[in-house]
Design a protein around this ligand. Structure first.
Ligand code: ADP
Ligand code: ZN
Length: 191
């Protein structure tokens, strides 16, 4: 894929859980590092720790990232030398993340954002849909359906091994929650 040099733009990497979004994000960021570019990577956090943590893929690759709880924090943590900004789990950020990504791209930064396009119900997830609309490049990638082995586009939420209900946003204490990649046909949302 052709990508202009010294121009800002937005790349979005989307798909269900286990589709390799983090793997692809890490791959692109590592290549930017090899090109001696100045990169900063962010991921969402629920608390106020700003310690360095890694973005880790299910296959074990990792890259150093800064956990932040508000998209505007990105401005405090980049500087005029920053050329590439990576963002993982973009669906968990506030809606302002889209404006921040656009602003950084306008300023000449390459923004690479990875995240879930749909929630466990199969509905568009948080700021991701808006980000896709303004991105120059979108890669929608698939996992493997854990039921039938076909390409999986959805994330199946299970509570104690059973498909979760549409309205289950939190689960009962003691219940075990898990996720699987599934295709449209095998994806189940109980109503
Ligand atoms: P994501 O960020 O999209 O959740 P990761 O990049 O963390 O995905 O992990 C992708 C890796 O997960 C694959 O390379 C593979 O090793 C592993 N994996 C586990 N389950 C599946 C599955 N059902 N489909 C595809 N890959 C899977
Ligand atoms: Zn299937």
């Amino acid at each position: 894929m052709y990508r202009p040099v010294n121009h800002g733009y937005i790349e979005a990497i989307i798909g269900p859980m286990y589709s390799g979004k983090s793997e692809e994000l890490i791959r692109r960021l590592k290549r930017a590092k090899i090109a001696k570019q100045n990169i900063v990577v962010f991921k969402p956090t629920v608390d106020n720790r700003y310690s360095k943590e890694d973005v880790v893929s299910h296959s074990g690759d990792s890259i150093e990232a800064i956990p932040i709880n508000k998209s505007s924090r990105i401005y405090d943590l980049i500087d005029e030398k920053t050329q590439v900004v990576g963002i993982d789990e973009v669906q968990f950020f506030d809606e302002k993340i889209v404006d921040v990504a656009v602003d950084l791209a306008d300023k000449g930064i390459r923004v690479i954002a990875a995240g879930l396009d749909m929630d466990f119900r199969g509905e568009p997830f948080g700021p991701t849909p808006k980000l896709l609309a303004v991105a120059e490049f979108v890669d929608k990638i698939q996992a493997i359906c854990s039921v039938c082995g076909h390409p999986a586009t959805r994330s199946q939420r299970l509570v104690d091994g059973e498909p979760a209900n549409y309205n289950d946003s939190t689960i009962k204490v003691g219940a075990v929650e898990s996720y699987e990649a599934r295709c449209r046909k095998c994806h189940v949302v109980k109503k």
